[in-house]
Write a protein that binds this ligand. Structure first.
Ligand code: NAD
Length: 497
């Protein structure tokens, strides 16, 4: 299959979307956006700063009553239309995502793009199914609940899956009747801006979605602290998550946090090894390991460790790195220069701490040396080593050996995070027992990194709180009102005169 063509700069939206207008930032500043394959500049986009966030919030506030008043099935119709437009825009969106993030176009076409469409459709279907309840209370009263939108929601998104995350964030927020100010990452804003064009085309009213790419310490901080934003949904690193919580205290806005992870991936002695090898490679090497739910800690039973590693290393060495626009490419570059340097710094950390590089650990040569590539890297390390505790967020997996189930679970639960975890076994009782004992918001058995818009997504511990997806996320984007109606109850006797 032929290589996909680069998009020309003139085909790329570069301005902010505020109140239905494409505008420059008030300060006139710009952000350069790069292609991580070769470090070249793709375009400069308008930079949103605090004053732009304030304008966007005003636009979202103005649009909020009208959007909330629409019948659920009317919001659904517009969201289905948006999903159709995104589906039809596959060629443009996948090329843009590959150019800006370094995701192989194969993955953009088979995963990111169809999942984005599916997620918008799933939440379109949710828009007219947000039900309250009738609660049995004291005799003579009818008590019922309604779930109302929050109003203006702020959303702050990281750089690793920008297209998919736009559906995770906008889908439920809009279905629930909120209006949105969304800040994509300054590093990968391009597909979010493209979705903004499709939002307009779908006929979603001006001001319902406002898109404001900017830096975290200016635009992001303003969203987190803004007095007229009722909820902030943040996906990103644990440290910035903490600063979002602090900034949110001013108006006590609701906060939902999807943070980092250090996913354990346990291979028991009775696992189907070929399946475990392939699944574990997907767990860590898909998207160059830049996934919060990456299976970045391999825990191997001592009896199968050598056999597993031999096959796993062989697979890792066969992964085809290359131009993300080439459909043959299986692994692209890391998404930014700064991140590339950070991931590579773990090679010396591993060696200093007494771990061993079993495979990879270098920047590939030739054509690829000009981009932000790292070879798929497998290291042996103890559970106490930094590489086994800190989120590397690259194609970098640590292998640790265990003797029995209790030790595997103890090592798996031995970090501050608790996002995703996986185990491979043919023993059904052990599968359930270990799943129950893992400290994680998501557990995959004989699989890894499965995600679906109907299934709750989120973590325990320092991986954050709140959930994306499914009915759970609809609770996050609504607030409950309890209404009491006196049908035929006596007035309480205390004040009877
Ligand atoms: P990051 O925390 O540096 O940035 C995330 C977003 O926050 C960006 O839009 C950034 O501009 C903004 N930001 C930065 N400083 C801010 C501040 N002071 N106030 C407000 N906003 C601010 O994370 P990243 O490097 O873009 O992404 C990688 C991280 O995201 C990893 O830790 C990864 O695990 C996490 N992540 C979590 C999930 C999840 O669902 N749990 C999913 C994907 C990524």
């Amino acid at each position: 299959m032929a290589k996909a063509e680069k998009l020309s700069a003139s085909a790329i939206q570069t301005r902010l979307l505020i109140g239905g207008q494409w505008v420059d930032g008030a300060a006139g500043a710009e952000i350069d956006v790069f292609n991580p394959y070769d470090g070249s500049k793709i375009v400069a986009i308008a930079e949103a700063r605090e004053a732009d966030i304030d304008r966007a919030v005003e636009a979202a506030r103005a649009a909020a009553p009208g959007w909330a008043k629409l019948a659920g099935h009317e919001r659904a119709r517009l969201l289905y239309k948006l999903a159709d437009l995104i589906e039809a825009d596959a060629d443009h969106l996948t090329r843009l995502e590959a150019m800006n993030t370094g995701h192989p176009i194969r993955d953009c076409r088979n995963l990111d793009h169809p999942r984005t469409v599916l997620t918008f459709r799933y939440f379109a279907g949710m828009a007219d199914k947000i039900e309250g309840a009738v609660i049995p209370v004291d005799a003579g009263f009818l008590n019922f609940t309604v779930r109302e939108p929050i109003g203006v929601v702020g959303q702050i998104v990281p750089w690793n899956f920008p297209l998919m995350f736009v559906s995770w964030k906008l889908g439920p927020a809009l279905a629930a009747g909120n209006t949105v100010v969304i800040k994509p990452s300054e590093i990968t804003p391009l597909t979010t801006l493209r979705v903004g064009e499709l939002i307009e085309k779908a006929g979603i009213p001006p001001g319902v979605v406002n898109i404001v790419p900017g830096y975290g310490n200016t635009a992001g901080q303003r969203i987190a602290e803004h007095p007229h934003i009722g909820k902030v949904s943040f996906t990103g690193s644990t440290n910035i998550g903490r600063s979002i919580v602090r900034a949110s205290a001013g108006n006590l806005k609701k906060v939902q946090l999807e943070l980092g992870g250090k996913g354990p991936n346990i291979i028991f002695e009775d696992a189907n090894l070929p399946a475990a090898v392939g699944g574990s490679a997907f767990a860590i090497f898909h998207n160059q390991g830049q996934a919060c739910i990456a299976g970045s800690r391999l825990l191997l039973h001592e009896s199968i460790a050598d056999a597993f590693l031999e096959k796993f290393i062989g697979l890792a060495r066969s992964i085809k790195q290359g131009d993300p626009l080439d459909p043959e490419t299986e692994m692209g570059p890391l998404t930014s220069k700064v991140h590339h340097e950070r991931v590579l710094s773990y090679v010396s950390t591993v060696e200093k701490e007494g771990g061993k590089i079993l495979s990879g650990g270098k920047v590939p040569g030739g054509e690829l040396a000009k981009g932000f590539f790292v070879e798929p890297t497998i290291v042996s390390a103890g559970p106490e080593h930094r590489v086994s505790r800190e989120e590397v967020f690259g194609p970098f997996v640590s292998a640790t050996i265990f003797k029995d189930e209790a030790e595997a679970v103890a090592i798996a639960n031995g970090t501050d995070y608790g996002l995703g975890a996986g185990l491979w076994t043919r023993d059904v009782q052990r599968a359930h027992r270990v799943a129950k004992n893992l400290h994680a918001g998501m557990v995959w058995i004989n699989s890894y990194k499965r995600v679906h818009p109907a299934s709750p997504f989120g973590g325990f511990g320092q991986s954050g709180y709140g959930r994306e997806m499914g009915f759970e996320v609809m609770r996050e984007y609504t607030q409950v009102k309890s209404v009491w109606l006196n049908v035929d109850a006596e007035i309480p006797p205390f004040y009877k005169r």
